[in-house]
Design a protein around this ligand. Structure first.
Ligand SMILES: CC(C)(COP(=O)(O)OP(=O)(O)OC[C@H]1O[C@@H](n2cnc3c(N)ncnc32)[C@H](O)[C@@H]1OP(=O)(O)O)[C@@H](O)C(=O)NCCC(=O)NCCS
Length: 183
């Protein structure tokens, strides 16, 4: 599956994407992606090959002009509620602040709602992650809750778990259609 927007192509990962992936996953920008860190080109190659079989829900975000992979967006049907999806999005640092994340996420949401049976899309974001919160809001997601010391992805210097305060945002298909059909 390939999704095209004005400036981007969203397409499944390929083995040849390893170098671009390593650039933004060497040191994931946020704690919630800490376990996705890649430590070598070899590791990135294995990961790119693994991802390449997921052709419906895991997309590389590619610049149309250069063919460069600048990040990723993915979401799978929830195990116990398969019409619900929780997307993850990430761009390399030099491609942030250019509207690419919104462009990719808008197209991905449209795809999930209109082609993959999504009824509800929800996202978690750490309370300090303003760019991700802003993106949720621009996508028309409602802030549904704030969970205090919800989850731990990393350790404190003394070895104890460091817990994150987390917001949840969501948008329903009927809300999405109401908003996008007016545009
Ligand atoms: C979260 C993340 C994907 C958001 O990316 P982003 O580039 O900030 O998001 P957007 O695509 O919405 O672009 C942001 C800005 O680009 C600006 N912009 C510049 N040129 C633009 C253009 N041609 N078209 C549209 N917007 C443009 C916009 O004005 C926008 O700012 P605004 O929201 O104040 O109006 C990014 O910060 C990231 O990868 N972070 C690390 C990973 C992460 O935190 N993931 C989420 C975990 S919960």
């Amino acid at each position: 599956m390939t999704i095209e927007t004005e400036r981007l192509i969203l397409r499944p990962f390929r083995a040849g994407d390893a170098e671009d992936m390593l650039a933004y996953l060497k040191k994931p920008a946020v704690n919630c992606f800490a376990d996705m860190a890649l430590h070598s080109l070899e590791e990135a190659q294995k990961e790119a090959i693994k991802r390449s079989s997921d052709t419906e829900y895991y997309f590389a975000v590619v610049l149309k002009d250069s063919g460069k992979v600048i990040g990723e967006i993915f979401a799978h049907p929830d195990e116990y509620s398969p019409d619900s999806f929780s997307p993850c999005w990430m761009l390399c640092e030099s491609c942030q602040g250019k509207g690419y994340a919104f462009e990719a996420a808008f197209a991905f949401f449209d795809y999930l709602f209109n082609e993959k049976g999504a009824r509800r899309i929800y996202a978690y974001t750490e309370d300090c992650n303003k760019p991700s919160q802003r993106l949720c809001e621009k996508l028309g997601m409602r802030k549904e809750g704030e969970f205090i010391e919800y989850i731990s992805f990393v350790k404190n210097p003394d070895g104890t778990d460091r817990y994150e305060n987390t917001y949840q945002y969501a948008v329903l298909k009927r809300e999405w259609l109401g908003k996008t059909q007016k545009q």
